[in-house]
Design a protein around this ligand. Structure first.
Ligand code: KIV
Length: 280
């Protein structure tokens, strides 16, 4: 959360105005309890389609549906009251046409109450971004490494390498900013390119594996907490090992159940104590 505390959620124009200012703090959130924990610390909660991999064990984000995004978006809205909530448009729900994108985005906004949507794409989606923005749908763009393009990119590979690669990502950034995106996630992009983008465009860049040069940072919460260990990208910093804590706690519970150490009288109803009934 910004140092200057205020009532109500951080708005899209407020985030947009943070260009070049205090870095924007963003994390992914998929559930109500996690959103409750993150809300006071974050400017922005992203209901990312990474939930397909992190929560559902999918190999990629491609099979995530609009209904899944809506259900998780609603949960995150229930669990937060300060952060701006942005929900991802999943693969196949917006690329066909700007009209399809509007139908999906307006449904997500109306059913979840979130403030904005995020979509993956650069210059090729500029027209769609403009169409949505002009019709009341704030858009966060996502360029560089775009997980929904895993098949055309040939894997989750960093972007912006070489002169041609760098020009493509920079041109994508310029195109989405010009189209009216209020901010742009720059993923898996080499530092000089992320820096050049941040210095060139007038909307905040939110980096993930794109260096400290960006106007803000986003990471997958489960990655930083040690709750997802299928693979850990180079750009992730682990701040806790909750996965190990969970294994330890559940191991203790299992052992106590097996040895009848749990439950004790303290956890039971109607156990006679000193001649009285404690709780019934
Ligand atoms: O889906 C997601 O969680 C994302 C972030 C990692 C940027 O797009």
């Amino acid at each position: 959360m910004s140092a200057t505390k205020k009532m109500g959620r951080v708005s899209v124009p407020e985030l947009r105005a943070r260009k070049g200012g205090e870095p924007i703090v963003c994390l992914t959130a998929y559930t109500m309890p996690m959103a409750q924990r993150l809300d006071e610390h974050c400017d922005l909660l992203l209901v990312g389609d990474s939930l397909g991999m992190v929560l559902y064990g999918m190999d990629s984000t491609l099979a995530v549906s609009v209904d899944m995004m809506i259900n998780h978006g609603k949960a995150v809205m229930r669990g937060s009251k300060n952060a701006c909530v942005v929900v991802d448009l999943p693969f196949g729900s917006y690329q066909e046409s700007k009209e399809q994108a509007f139908r999906t985005a307006s449904r997500i906004l109306a059913e979840t109450g979130c403030a904005a949507v995020k979509l993956e794409g650069g210059a090729e989606l500029a027209e769609t971004i403009e169409f949505l923005n002009q019709r009341g749908v704030p858009v966060m763009a996502h360029i560089g490494l775009m997980p929904q393009q895993v098949n055309t990119m040939g894997g989750f590979k960093s972007q912006g390498r070489g002169e041609e690669g760098a020009e493509k990502v920079v041109n994508d950034a310029i195109a989405v900013a010009k189209a009216g995106a209020f901010s742009v996630v720059v993923e898996g992009t080499v530092e000089p390119v992320a820096r050049r983008i941040t210095e060139t465009i007038d909307i905040p860049t939110i980096g993930i594996g794109a260096s400290v040069a960006c106007d803000g940072q986003v990471l997958v919460t489960e990655d930083i907490l040690g709750l997802f260990s299928d693979f850990t990208p180079k750009f992730v910093k682990r701040y806790a090992n909750l996965g190990d804590e969970i294994s330890k706690a559940v191991g203790e519970y299992a052992s106590e159940v097996r040895t009848r150490q749990f439950p004790t009288d303290e956890h039971c109803f109607g156990v006679a104590k000193k001649g009285n009934l404690r709780a019934v």
